[in-house]
Ligand binder design. Structure first.
Ligand code: UDX
Length: 436
């Protein structure tokens, strides 16, 4: 089956490469010439474990192509995935201008029946809008001969394990309003039948909503445990024991109950705001989702307060900050709590030395007046306290005796609770975690 993926960002690239791995013939299109040239040289623009390997393998076997020629890519495909950016606007709503542009281009180049699938996270009813956009652009003379189905197939890929999530998903959601589209998309995902992946077939609007309901529910879980963590601090309880006991209740489940500086990344913050916004436009309030946005903002502020209290004021102080990406195993700093907290510390008078195993290049574009260091020990030099912002594995077993020689004061603020409070105390540190 010929598949075209429009947009070679995170989602598009992983989707294209993985369908090629399933044995489909895939063309990935992007209007960014430099990016396509780099991909054709085998250079992967993002850090994602396992991706480079499958891109190279499928390029070599001739199943995966990268091009800027949108017209040919549209015309050769039976299934076209739209995976272009859908950035948030200042009021929290989603900017659909790239989606609109792509819909028009598909309509202008349609040469037969196709299934057009929205893969980017888009507000409910976007598929209808795509269909309208395509139909408006189909040439008058072609409108009798050419038509398409528009379906929704939301992605649930986590950065850092996106390839694994694509190859072994918990479920695949296919939203389509006609039999032909369902049959074609079922066929596309047939390789997953071997491992019994549940397929959820629904209407288009339902599929669009499943994506938001899933992501925002996870954001609720994180925000809930963060608020409980704050309460634990007030009463001297340990949030890890609370979360573990809660999670042992099968109805709750243990995942996404890890407290920290609040969620970040390209999905949760954006999706939560977008759900609030488009629901409001439909005359429905999402009070929980609204509260989640507030809780997440407040949690970051609270982390800055915690750091300030631990080092005794930030004016003229230097803070060592480890971890800049919004979570480990990615170089992505979009809406990263670490970046936000560093900027708060700077505005309160602190100087920053920082380090991240992968995200330094991206962080350089958003952080000003910080010193980028070569490793955790270099970072700690002459600092008044050390903050752990992202739980990369290489930060889990640091040499704290060596670090205490380098720090002016042995203070550690662990925003991800990866160190043991008792052990840190034994090593002579003043230590604060979250909710312990
Ligand atoms: C998320 C969804 O998991 C994925 O299904 C969707 O398609 C895209 O958004 P991602 O943003 O890559 O994936 O990361 P995820 O692992 O879900 O973590 C998101 C944020 O929540 C991170 O900042 C992480 O640190 C934070 N988090 C996660 C917590 O603070 N506590 C937790 O218990 C879990």
């Amino acid at each position: 089956m010929n598949v075209t993926v429009i947009g070679t960002g995170y989602v598009g690239l992983v989707t294209g490469a993985c369908f090629a791995e399933f044995g489909m013939s895939v063309t990935c299109v992007d209007k960014d010439k430099d990016k396509i040239a780099a991909l054709n040289r085998g250079e992967i623009p993002i850090f994602e474990p396992g991706l480079e390997e499958i891109v190279r393998r499928n390029q070599n076997s001739g199943r995966l192509h990268f091009t800027t020629d949108t017209r040919t890519a549209i015309q050769r495909a039976l299934v076209i995935f739209i995976a272009v950016p859908t950035p948030p606007q200042s009021d929290g709503s989603t900017d659909l201008s790239y989606v609109d542009q792509v819909s028009r281009t598909i309509g202008e180049n349609l040469n037969g029946y196709k299934v057009v699938v929205t893969k980017s996270t888009v507000p409910v009813r976007t598929a209808e809008r795509v269909k309208r956009g395509i139909n408006e652009a189909i040439k008058e003379s072609d409108s009798q001969r050419h038509h398409c189905s528009v379906a929704s197939n939301p992605e649930f890929l986590r950065e850092g394990s996106a390839v694994e999530d694509f190859m072994r998903p918990d479920r695949v959601v296919i939203g389509a309003d006609d039999e032909q589209a369902v049959a074609i998309l079922r066929d596309l995902y047939a390789p997953l039948n071997l491992i019994d992946v549940p397929l959820v077939i629904s209407s288009v609007a339902t599929a669009e909503l499943i994506k938001y309901a899933s992501n925002v529910f996870l954001a609720v879980k994180i925000s809930f445990i963060n608020e409980i963590a704050n309460l634990c601090e007030a009463v001297g309880a340990d949030v890890h024991d609370v979360a573990r006991a809660m999670g042992l209740d099968g109805r709750i489940g243990r995942k996404f109950l890890h407290p920290g500086p609040g969620f970040g990344g390209s999905c949760f913050p954006k999706d939560t705001m977008s759900l609030v916004q488009f629901s409001r436009e439909l005359g429905v309030e999402q009070r929980l989702a609204s509260a989640v946005c507030e809780v997440n903002v407040a949690q970051r502020e609270r982390m800055a307060d915690k750091i300030e209290n631990m080092v005794g004021g930030l004016e003229e102080k230097t803070i060592a900050f480890l971890g800049l990406s919004y979570k480990p195993n990615t170089d992505d700093v979009r809406d990263s709590p670490s970046i936000d907290i560093i900027q708060k510390l700077q505005s309160r008078g602190a100087r920053i030395r920082c380090y991240d195993p992968q995200a330094m290049e991206n962080a350089r574009r958003v952080l000003q007046d910080v010193v980028f260091c070569s490793d955790p020990y270099d970072t700690a030099k002459e600092c008044d306290g050390l903050v752990l912002g992202t739980e990369w594995n290489e930060f889990r077993k640091l040499d704290f005796d060596r670090l205490s020689q380098l720090l002016v004061e042995p203070v550690v603020i662990d925003l991800r609770n990866i160190y043991g409070p008792e052990e840190m105390k034994r090593r002579g540190y003043r230590y604060a975690g979250v909710g312990r």
